[in-house]
Design a protein around this ligand. Structure first.
Ligand SMILES: Nc1nc2c(ncn2[C@@H]2O[C@H](COP(=O)(O)OP(=O)(O)O)[C@@H](O)[C@H]2O)c(=O)[nH]1
Ligand SMILES: Nc1ncnc2c1ncn2[C@@H]1O[C@H](COP(=O)(O)OP(=O)(O)O)[C@@H](O)[C@H]1O
Length: 301
């Protein structure tokens, strides 16, 4: 996307923004909260119509290391997760990079600047409610969340990439993964193929301090709860039953017999929603995604 040249500088606003920039660079006297708010001001100022060179030319790395509690290593890791190159300046951020950076700073701020405890969140819900859509949104917009990649014995659909959407394995390979203790949970879904969650990438992500999202079926959610009681279970709900039916039919990936079968299963699954810690209604994808990500930050009930 071509970058739009910033409109002419408004002097008063530029001066205000410059103050915000100085604050962001100033000594580490202020609280983490204040510093995080200043950093947010700088990000906004660099992007506002009145962008002043002071904010725009500041490197993101410098901006982040100006926040106490964020050392160079943590900053480098955060920038990698946020998809921001090491040398990037605040004024040179793309729209999505800026949004991710803002959200990341906002979330840190909401938790008093402390590195939040990494959480394992399980997202389940009836067929076609939008689990895949919400998870994809989270993968693309919240890069500091680790999305677990499941193994499955089903074949890839057009456009699906091995290692990104799933690890596509044979029945024998799936057996081997189970026998060697590499799976956190497995289930046969829709009476068809086997699916399972590899254990090691999850443990590694949690050890790094990264929260993890599993998008799995109801049986899988129950197994994870047994194995890891500290996991947070989130049930994604459709706004209405009719909307669920519309989404299933609208997706057009199943024939009408399979659709009926899945809707019967959906009724059973909806009846299990009380087993979950939280319910999120998927009215709108970005909102539902945010609600799920926010749950990674609050203590388990
Ligand atoms: N238990 C379990 N279920 C999974 C896992 N991965 C995916 N699933 C579930 O398997 C079901 C089928 O997924 P998929 O083949 O992508 O088809 P779709 O849901 O029809 O798009 C969905 O309900 C997923 O939530 C896993 O690792 N474990
Ligand atoms: N919030 C939403 N509003 C409208 N349509 C949605 C929403 N979330 C998902 N969808 C659509 O509903 C269909 C089913 O979503 P999908 O992510 O495949 O469901 P699941 O993974 O739960 O089976 C898709 O066509 C998707 O584009």
């Amino acid at each position: 996307m071509p970058r739009v040249a910033p409109p002419e500088v408004d002097r008063a606003a530029a001066a205000r923004a410059a103050v915000a920039a100085r604050q962001a660079r100033a000594a580490v006297k202020k609280s983490v909260h204040d510093r995080t708010r200043s950093a947010l001001d700088v990000v906004d100022a660099a992007w506002s119509a009145s962008a002043a060179p002071a904010e725009a030319s500041l490197r993101v790395r410098e901006l982040l290391t100006s926040i106490p509690s964020l050392g160079p290593t943590r900053v480098a890791r955060a920038m990698e997760q946020l998809g921001i190159a090491e040398s990037k300046r605040v004024g040179g951020l793309g729209v999505r990079q800026r949004r991710r950076l803002r959200e990341w700073l906002e979330r840190r701020d909401n938790h008093g600047g402390e590195q939040q405890r990494a959480r394992l969140v399980v997202l389940a819900g009836p067929t076609a409610v939008g689990k895949g859509t919400v998870s994809t949104y989270i993968r693309e917009n919240y890069p500091d969340v680790h999305l677990s990649v499941s193994a499955t014995t089903r074949s890839p659909r057009p456009g699906e990439v091995d290692g990104v959407n799933y690890f596509f394995v044979s029945d024998e390979q799936f057996d081997h993964l189970i026998e060697t203790g590499q799976m956190l949970e497995t289930a046969t879904v829709h009476n068809a193929f086997r699916y399972g969650t590899p254990r090691e990438p999850i443990e590694e992500a949690l050890a790094r301090g990264q929260s993890v999202l599993l998008e799995i079926d109801l049986q899988g959610a129950r197994s994870v709860r047994k194995e890891m009681p500290e996991a947070v279970l989130v049930f994604l709900l459709p706004p209405t039953w009719d909307e669920l039916v519309r989404r299933l039919i609208g997706r057009g990936t199943e024939d009408s017999v399979e659709q009926q079968r899945r809707l019967e299963t959906a009724k059973v699954e909806l009846a299990a929603q009380d087993e979950f810690d939280y319910r999120v209604v998927n009215h709108e994808v970005s909102q539902a995604a945010r609600e799920v990500v926010d749950l990674m930050a609050i203590p388990k009930k």
